[in-house]
Design a protein around this ligand. Sequence first.
Ligand code: HEC
Ligand code: HEC
Length: 253
Amino acid sequence: MESNFHRSVDFCGTCHDVSNPGVGNLAHNFGAQAPFLATEQVIADGSITEDPKDYTNKAAFNNQPYRYGIVERTFSEYKAGLISQTLVSDYPDLPADLQGGALKADYTAALTAGTNGDYEDGTPRFFSCQTCHLRNALPVPDTQYNGGPGQTYDYFDTFALQPPLGAATATIDLLYQPTSYEYQLFLLKANRGANPFLAEEGANMFEAWLNTGMAFPYVMASATWRDPGLPACTAGIPELAPAAPGDAQIDLT
Ligand code: HEC
Ligand code: HEC
């Protein structure tokens, strides 16, 4: 599946620089690194006091997120490093001590596109979040579901049913189960009511579930099966015999 959006590192970057506003306000150095504070300042009250509730002096409302409360700087670190500027196709020219591990795995995987390490459409491919973290989600073994070079995977599964010994016919339903009793029970019981706004939601969900058929399984598809070894059924189709009001007897012909 191709998606220019999902293959962009900027997509991962929208989330993978993380600052924590609580840490940013309360932690040592406001969760910033000392060299940063040598030239920069974090504006924060450093106070845990909630009385009166006043957030105007907290870190999150006075600084850009990159300044405080470091949880992770994965994206910035990636951008600052040389790996983000290295083409996968340049792998064979990397110094010997860099040839191996994740980079080798990336290069080997990228070669399967048949474009020397670039994307299949020819766009140059740099070592990215995706080359290391996202791979083809091939089944194991990859020959399952009609898989293999040049093949198209089946979007369905095939499996043998085991009817009880002596069974002659069967109706086979494919069911969709929207939610389970166990999940509803979990929502009901796991909610201890600590948050007053959400305290009743488990009970409300459970009541809604009870009153809407308890998420009765939905039949998505149905098929019938008949033991092919059995002789064909020869019985005629039954007919309704007519009867007039007052008749005590009807003739079956
Ligand atoms: C919309 C926000 C968002 C985007 C976009 C995003 N992530 Fe994440 N990612 C998260 C969150 C939140 C978690 C933590 C999930 C959890 O702990 O349950 C996470 C977890 C991860 C983890 C596992 C971290 C761990 O501690 O196990 C990896 C690896 C990862 N993301 C890589 C990526 C890559 C690569 C991309 C881009 C293709 C990406 N993420 C895009 C929000 C995002
Ligand atoms: C060269 C390969 C490579 C690249 C490029 C790369 N990562 Fe990673 N990443 C790794 C490896 C390997 C680990 C595990 C490190 C460890 O466990 O010590 C990791 C760890 C992580 C974690 C934490 C996972 C955890 O379990 O704590 C996150 C989140 C993450 N990467 C996201 C990203 C994002 C987002 C990008 C792009 C901005 C990126 N990575 C680029 C290889 C890579």
